[in-house]
Design a protein around this ligand. Sequence first.
Ligand SMILES: NC(=O)c1ccc[n+]([C@@H]2O[C@H](COP(=O)([O-])OP(=O)(O)OC[C@H]3O[C@@H](n4cnc5c(N)ncnc54)[C@H](O)[C@@H]3O)[C@@H](O)[C@H]2O)c1
Length: 385
Amino acid sequence: MKIGIIGSGSMGAGIAQVASTAGHQVYLYDNNPTALERAKKNLRKVMDRLVEKKRIETETAEAIQNRITYVDSIFNMADANLVIEAIIEDLQIKKAVFEQMEDVLESDAILASNTSSLSIASIAAACKKPERVLGLHFFNPAPLMKLVEVIPAIQTDPGVVATATKLMQDWGKITVLTKDTPGFIVNRVARPFYGEALRIYDEGMADAATIDWAMTEIGGFRMGPFTLMDYIGNDVNYKVTETVFHAFYNDPRYRPSFTQKRLSEAGYLGRKSGKGYYDYSEGSEKPAPNQDKELGENIFWRILVMLINEAADALYWKIASRDDIDLAMTKGVNYPKGLLAWADEKGIQHCVDTMDRLTEEYQEDRYRCSPLLRKMAREGKTFYG
Ligand SMILES: NC(=O)c1ccc[n+]([C@@H]2O[C@H](COP(=O)([O-])OP(=O)(O)OC[C@H]3O[C@@H](n4cnc5c(N)ncnc54)[C@H](O)[C@@H]3O)[C@@H](O)[C@H]2O)c1
């Protein structure tokens, strides 16, 4: 199979590396020649580093690079069997690219989008053969992150889904099947990790360092929410939250925070701008957290229960299966445990009681308990029972 990749930014370049490493001939196209040149240089650096660390042989590194052809027109990938689009997150521009792809490619080629937040159905609708379009959502950095969310649109042929899923698995990826709804699994279920942390911060319950400490030291997460938001970029993280919020018809559960909006507006984007929730300038030190155990436990549990509630709701609405929801969070964003398994461990009734206590306290729809958790508590069931 020959693979075409459209867009050679962080995602496109990473996916090209994955496909080439799996042995495919790859075409990488970008409408910006500088981006294409940058992708080529970056890949050389990555390969040199892997050879230096003795992870791969020099010949393998050469072969991976040689299998990628950098092309300056979509017409140069006419014989690709699968094309993965990873361009700017703009529906109209993506639709135009899909229309063009259909004119150029063979009629049985599969067309995939790596979109994080747009509807696959609307992208597919731009095509004459929408049944060959699906979403293949990789995570950043694509060569390292194991997860791929496979997203059929309502128009997609099941055979196309099966072929694409098998191919991703052949590339060494772990696939999860998800419904074509905003944020798919990961970008939906993970919202409270940022949103509830910001809410706790905005209420003045704790500062960023303390919340990060609670989530890493008590919760076992690899990175605290504020460190992670600074890493992702406050502009990018804010945009995803805002998109998901609007896509869910302004459901208060996903409401963005003014704190993050202001940081983003001020250019305090995080690591990339040298300042975000933390100061990254030379010589600056991270503030010390308040290591009060009880406070830390309360912060951790409030964020975790909101994540569990979101995961349970995703299952309730049949966005994905129990196993795929847990896999997505452990493999896509490195959570220490699957959220539904965590719910069993903490006790379903305890989750319901906490959600009800939060609703009682705030009288906000944001804290409504998932009907699935309530039903399970009533029936004494567990997710893995
Ligand atoms: N960055 C992430 O963490 C991440 C994770 C998963 C999915 N995504 C999704 O992947 C896609 C790409 O994201 P990215 O972070 O790689 O963006 P990026 O800005 O790094 O790269 C996008 C590239 O697309 C090119 N491009 C724009 N319009 C084009 C067109 N009409 N034809 C050809 N090339 C065009 C740009 O020149 C640029 O090089 C987006 O849909 C994004 O939502 C991003």
